[in-house]
Design a protein. Structure first.
Length: 406
């Protein structure tokens, strides 16, 4: 019995782990297909997508069949051992009865003992199979729960006091996962209240600089300081609580428009929410909705346009009243008319705040206090719009290309 259980356990653990892995792949592929259905249909790839899903489903089925086959082998094995024990009692007990060594009553008693011994074992063996499957699922859950974040507060980290917004990058180098260096010896000083624009080709390292300022990643070499404090020496919550982010792809949570604007300040009164919406120039649109600020937003904000979602994100950042604001290509996915509305809202939001603006449309950063041209992980040019045009380097090249395209 011990040997059979040991062999089953070793093979069952592997089999049920594979079943959980296959289920994860199946559910992930299904979710991906559903969320990208329009793209699949647009390129007429329904057949290929269906074939891939069926292949993953077959692998999932085969893995489950293999795991259940082990269960169906283990349970009859336990049954067989019970019958074998009964046969042994009958064989030796019958022999002893014939020889007169024991009475027939003793044999009957031992048969009852064998039955009472194996009945609970057989029931436990059925539960053991279920337990193995549950343990495999539990391992995957615990694996996720036990995953340690890469960015953690130091034991001696302190609370960051209210900041003025001075940002310094001191000879910063950064590598993703230790293989490809994306920033090389970057130095930059941003004064409080200054708007700095990062421009350059795709993959130059602009977003990486912004991520390091917010400490979404830690530098590989050098340091990022805010008001003279290394961001690694302060608690993340106290740092990011004084920052605002307007991403390129505006994300809205399920709930009302008011809930989304107040995400950074859940206890904000309705008057403050309306003021933030007015600053973002979206109060007129909200007022025309039947439920106003209590309008429910569908999952992913599909019942709003891209520009409307972006303006709500700007209102969210305005209500949080951050000292440092990061704008990651906030107008990249909208038309020129909507871009004008968003840019006007951004200009009002930037007043009095330190801002790091990442932009591909150079028309949106012409009035920035400082423009940094980033290429191959380095800041190769710094200055105002007119100064960089006069230099005739990367910024002028990018500007002329966009002007010619228009």
């Amino acid at each position: 019995m011990v040997l059979a259980t040991f062999l089953f356990t070793r093979r069952a653990q592997v089999a049920f782990r594979q079943t959980r892995s296959r289920i994860g792949a199946l559910v992930g592929d299904m979710a991906e297909n559903l969320s990208s259905m329009r793209v699949i249909q647009a390129f007429a790839q329904e057949g290929a997508t269906q074939e891939r899903f069926e292949q993953i489903n077959r692998e999932n089925r085969d893995t489950h069949v293999a795991a259940m086959s082990l269960s169906f082998v283990f349970l009859p094995t336990v049954e067989f051992l019970g019958m074998l024990a009964t046969g042994i009692v009958l064989w030796f007990g019958g022999t002893f009865v014939v020889e007169g060594a024991i009475s027939l009553g003793v044999v009957v008693a031992f048969l009852a003992y064998v039955t009472r011994f194996f009945e609970p074992i057989q029931e436990l063996s059925q539960l053991y199979t279920t337990m193995q499957a549950a343990m495999a699922g539990g391992e995957r859950v615990l694996e996720v729960l036990d995953t340690q974040p890469e960015i953690v507060d130091r034991p001696d980290a302190t609370e960051m006091a209210p900041i003025s917004g001075h940002i310094e990058l001191d000879r910063v180098s950064f590598t993703y996962r230790g293989d490809v260096e994306v920033l090389h010896d970057v130095s930059l000083a941003i004064a409080p209240g200054q708007t700095v624009a990062l421009v350059g080709p795709t993959g130059a390292g602009k977003t990486s600089i912004a991520n390091l300022i917010a400490r979404f990643y830690d530098v590989t070499q050098g340091a990022v300081r805010i008001d003279g404090l290394d961001v690694r020496d302060v608690r993340q919550r106290s740092l990011r609580g004084q920052m605002g982010l307007v991403p390129q792809d505006p994300f809205l949570f399920p709930g009302t428009i008011a809930d989304n604007i107040a995400f950074g300040r859940p206890d904000a009164p309705r008057e403050a929410i309306e003021e933030a919406a007015a600053l973002a120039r979206i109060d007129d649109f909200i007022g025309r909705l039947p439920s106003g600020y209590d309008t429910e937003i569908s999952e992913g904000g599909v019942n709003l346009s891209m520009g409307q979602r972006q303006l709500i994100c700007i209102a969210r950042a305005a209500l949080a009243d951050p000292r440092i604001l990061i704008l990651d290509e906030a107008t990249a996915s909208v038309d020129t008319v909507t871009e004008g509305h968003i840019q006007e809202a951004i200009d009002r939001l930037l007043a009095g705040r330190t801002a790091v603006v990442i932009a591909h449309r150079l028309s949106t950063v012409r009035n920035a206090d400082l423009i940094c041209a980033v290429q191959d992980g380095r800041i190769i040019e710094q200055g105002r719009h007119e100064e960089l045009l006069a230099i005739g380097g990367l910024y002028r090249e990018l500007y002329e290309k966009q002007f010619m395209e228009r």
